[in-house]
Unconditional design. Sequence first.
Length: 71
Amino acid sequence: MPKTPRLLGVVALLSDMPAQGLVRGQIGTVVELLDGAYEVEFSNNEGRTYAELALTADQLLVLHHKQLRDE
């Protein structure tokens, strides 16, 4: 099970970020892999981006859309 975000992976914020208008649990997509960080885009239901910022792995929870098996 991947614990670090991947390109185009879905992640959730682990804490509030009031300066950016984001709260814990908001869901975003990793759009770029940076040196030691991940560029994450947050979009509304119409696909319009309302925030995009660089975050570290410890600020994110990797989300999964399918069942993962122990191997």
